[in-house]
Design a protein around this ligand. Structure first.
Ligand code: AMP
Length: 404
């Protein structure tokens, strides 16, 4: 029997998201989430997707990631999908930071684990949890290939002119300070899916991808290769996000330390967790912000306007970076669902060939679709992202290559 299943794991500091995919058709056999790991109120929600099975929930203390993965394995086994199945080909892990070294998905061995660990200083919030997930899965199935798929990998093709900050080169190199970019799995998937939507090869198409979720980033993709992206050393740079500020003058930090008497930790929390839409209007959910705008709420209106202004600046910048743009693709929670955001983002940009057709833009649909008027010079598209499918596809391709 050929092994055709891939388990995708996305380990956060106190959560574990998982999907089991059948790579013959990309179908989901199971999806689930363990939350509040390490607390007494942990919760596992498991949905056997094949055949539309009912979700099951477990509550009560799940002490650590090891216990979480064992609980997931038990749930999968209840559906006849246990981790000991010979049909499981590999486990694919989302790893946030792969530095400059990991430009491709990589089969995990001790040296790879050591390198991911070495990157912790540049990804202190994410890489430790990702490592825990990989170590736990390895302990449970030591014989199975574990593949790390890096959020930064797609951006490693950025030229030095886009990747370097204009700061002293020796200092930057000593501390590995450069622009790495994130959400790469999504940008890779969406840029390819956009080319497919246009009926063209990725090599022939220049795309601006706008990944607008709770975190948000833009990328400029020339012929399938990333040439610029809005996130930098960390996911804080760039667009206005749910709780992150995106771009600010770095001197804001000195000012807050000197004049505001805030510690580095407090400023870090302010910019990462209490800024963005939340900081501007108290809400980070675009649905709620639109509802408040409809009721005449001025703070929500200003937050929306600041969000759109920043987005427009990046669209304009990436038109300049790419020279020729074939498509602008909106993706993730806001990009896929918020028609007013898409409309406002391209409003007034007809000189750049950008416009939406109001009816196409407002229509609800599931799959990838074009929302610009027929015959527009630049296609404006809504392209749902699928990071789990992309991680599974990359994992399966790598394992298949190793076995052939
Ligand atoms: P993500 O991080 O991709 O899961 O996106 C989550 C965000 O998408 C939420 O915080 C909302 O702001 C936004 N979102 C989800 N559904 C909608 C919707 N129907 N309309 C507007 N925004 C939405």
């Amino acid at each position: 029997m050929t092994a055709t299943r891939v388990l995708v794991l996305n380990s956060g500091s106190s959560s574990l998201k998982y999907q089991l995919l059948d790579m013959r058709d990309g179908g989901r056999l199971a999806v689930g989430l363990v939350e509040r790991i390490g607390e007494r109120t942990s919760r596992l929600r498991h949905t056997p997707s094949a055949g539309g099975g009912e979700s099951r929930e477990r509550t009560g203390a799940i002490a650590d990631h090891d216990a979480a993965l064992k609980a997931v394995a038990e749930e999968l086994a209840r559906d006849g999908l246990g981790l000991d199945s010979p049909e499981l080909a590999a486990i694919g892990h989302r790893v946030v930071h792969g530095g400059r070294r990991f430009t491709e998905p990589t089969v995990v061995d001790d040296a790879v684990l050591a390198e991911i660990e070495r990157l912790i200083p540049v990804a202190p919030l994410h890489n430790p949890a990702n490592l825990t997930g990989i170590r736990t899965a390895r302990a449970l199935r030591p014989d199975l290939p574990q593949v790390a798929v890096f959020d930064t990998a797609f951006h490693t093709t950025m030229p030095e002119s886009a990747a370097r900050y204009a700061i002293d080169v020796e200092t930057a190199d000593r501390h590995r300070i450069r622009r790495y970019g994130f959400h790469g799995t999504s940008h890779a998937f969406v840029s390819r899916a956009t080319a497919a939507l246009l009926g063209r090869a990725p090599e022939d198409v220049n795309v601006i991808v706008l990944h607008l979720g709770n975190g948000a980033s833009a990328s400029a993709v020339r012929g399938g290769t990333c040439v610029d992206t809005s996130m930098g050393l960390t996911p804080l740079e760039g667009l206005v996000m749910g709780t992150r500020s995106g771009d600010v003058d770095p001197a804001v930090i000195f000012h807050l330390a000197r004049v505001g008497d805030m510690s580095i930790g407090e400023i870090d929390t302010l910019l990462n967790k209490k800024s963005g839409l939340t900081g501007l209007c108290g809400d980070n959910d675009m649905r709620e912000i639109r509802r408040r705008i409809d009721e005449g709420d001025e703070r929500a209106r200003l937050a929306f306007d600041i969000y759109i202004h920043r987005l427009k600046k990046y669209i304009g910048a990436y038109c300049a970076v790419l020279g020729r743009v074939d498509a602008v693709a909106f993706t993730a929670g806001v990009g896929e669902n918020a028609a007013p955001v898409r409309e406002a983002a391209v409003a007034g940009l007809d000189q750049l060939g950008l416009a939406v057709d109001p009816e196409l833009n407002a229509a609800r649909a599931d799959g990838p679709r074009i929302v610009s008027p027929a015959g527009a010079r630049v296609a404006v598209a809504v392209v749902p992202t699928d990071e789990e499918l992309e991680i599974a596809t990359q994992t399966y391709a790598l394992v298949g290559k190793a076995n052939s």
